[in-house]
Design a protein around this ligand. Structure first.
Ligand SMILES: Nc1nc2c(ncn2[C@@H]2O[C@H](COP(=O)(O)OP(=O)(O)O)[C@@H](O)[C@H]2O)c(=O)[nH]1
Ligand SMILES: [Mg+2]
Length: 309
C-alpha cells in the first residue's frame, strides 16, 4: 500500500515536470511569433496542456478505455459483446445509431468525472453484472464520426478521446484501409503511447479465413505501423457479433468461419488494463508520449525552416 502510494506520488511529480517542459515549449513558441509554424505548434501545446491537466485530475480514477472508429465498423456491437448485454449500446444500419457516449462501468458513480466533463446530455451510463470484475476500468462507446450528424458528433468524440487512457480503434474488416478513418485518427493516436492503442479489425467473419490470416491481417499490421509510426499493444481480428448472446445472423450472411481474437481482447481488458496500478503507469507513459511528440514536431519544423528563425 505504501509502495503504491509512493509510486503514485512519484508519477504525479513526473507528470508535473512533463507539464513544465511543455509549458516551456509553449512560452518559447510565443516568443517567435514571426515563425510561421509557431501558432499551430503553440495551439498543439495548449491542447496538450489541457489534456495533461485532465490526466492529473483523474490520476486516481479508473482507466478509461474508449472505442473509436467509423460508423458501422461495429463499435457498439463490440461494447455489447464485451459487456454481455446485447442491447447495452444501440446498434444497426440506420444512421446515426450511437448519438451519445455510452459508458459501461461497475457503478454509476465511476463515470462521475466523464459526466461532468461531457455534460449529462451527451453520456449514458450503463452497468451490468458483467461489470463486476471491471474494478479499475470504464469502457466507452463513441458516436459515429462520419454520419450526417458528424458536426455534432466530432466535438463529442474529441472530448471523449481527451478523457481517455486507452483507445481501441475499430476498423471495418471489409474495408479496413479507408484513408479518411486512418487520417481522422492519426492526430489523436499521437497523444497515446503504443501500449495504449489497440487496433481491432472487426467483421472478420465476412472474410475468407485464409485470406484474413495470410494476407489481410499481416498487411494491415504493417499499414498501421507505417501510418501511425507506433507499435500498438495488439492488432486483432474480431467478429464482435459472434460474441453477442444472440447474434441473430441473417441466414444468407452467416459467419464464413469461427476464427477471431475476441478472447485476447477480453483478456487484455480484464487482466492487463484492469490490473491495479496499471492506470497510473499508463497515464504517465501517455504524458511522456505527448511531450515527445510535441518536441519532435517542433524540432522537425525548426529543422525545415531554420532560416526563418
Ligand atoms: N458480420 C458482422 N457484422 C457485424 C459485426 N459487428 C457488427 N456488425 C453489424 O454491423 C452493423 C453496425 O454495427 P454497430 O455496432 O452499430 O456499428 P458502429 O456504428 O460502429 O457502432 C450492425 O448491423 C451489426 O450487426 C461483426 O463482427 N460481423
Ligand atoms: Mg455505434
Amino acid at each position: 500500500m505504501i509502495d503504491e502510494h509512493k509510486a503514485r506520488l512519484r508519477a504525479l511529480g513526473e507528470l508535473e515536470s512533463v507539464r513544465a517542459e511543455i509549458q516551456g515549449l509553449a512560452e518559447t513558441l510565443e516568443q517567435v511569433t514571426l515563425w510561421r509554424p509557431a501558432a499551430g505548434m503553440g495551439k498543439a501545446c495548449e491542447e496538450a496542456l489541457v489534456m495533461l491537466d485532465r490526466l492529473a485530475e483523474r490520476f486516481d480514477r479508473k482507466l478509461v478505455v474508449t472505442l473509436v472508429g467509423p460508423s458501422g465498423s461495429g463499435k457498439s456491437t463490440l461494447l455489447n459483446a464485451l459487456s454481455g448485454v446485447d442491447n447495452l449500446s444501440l446498434t444497426g444500419h440506420r444512421r446515426p445509431t450511437t448519438q451519445n457516449v455510452v459508458a459501461f462501468c461497475r457503478q454509476t458513480a465511476d463515470a462521475g468525472q466523464l459526466v461532468e466533463a461531457l455534460g449529462e446530455e451527451t453520456i449514458q451510463i450503463k452497468t451490468s453484472a458483467a461489470a463486476r470484475d471491471l474494478e479499475h476500468v470504464i469502457l466507452i462507446d463513441t458516436p459515429d464520426t462520419d454520419s450526417t450528424h458528424q458536426e455534432r458528433h466530432i466535438p463529442i468524440i474529441h472530448k471523449a478521446i481527451g478523457l481517455s487512457d486507452v483507445l481501441i480503434c475499430v476498423f471495418d474488416g471489409e474495408n479496413p484501409k479507408r484513408r479518411d478513418h486512418t487520417d481522422f485518427l492519426t492526430p489523436y493516436v499521437r497523444l497515446f503511447s503504443g501500449p495504449s492503442l489497440v487496433v481491432a479489425v472487426n467483421k472478420c467473419d465476412r472474410l475468407a479465413e485464409e485470406e484474413l490470416t495470410e494476407t489481410i491481417m499481416p498487411e494491415f499490421d504493417r499499414y498501421i505501423r507505417d501510418a501511425w509510426s507506433v507499435k500498438p499493444a495488439a492488432v486483432l481480428c474480431l467478429s464482435a457479433r459472434s460474441h453477442l448472446r444472440h447474434p441473430a445472423w441473417d441466414p444468407e450472411a452467416g459467419p464464413k468461419h469461427a476464427r477471431d481474437q475476441f478472447d485476447r481482447l477480453h483478456h487484455l481488458i480484464r487482466d492487463t488494463f484492469n490490473a491495479s496500478g496499471y492506470s497510473v503507469d499508463r497515464r504517465l507513459k501517455n504524458a511522456r508520449s505527448i511531450r515527445d511528440y510535441l518536441k519532435q514536431a517542433v524540432g522537425e519544423e525548426a529543422g525545415k525552416e531554420r532560416r526563418h528563425l
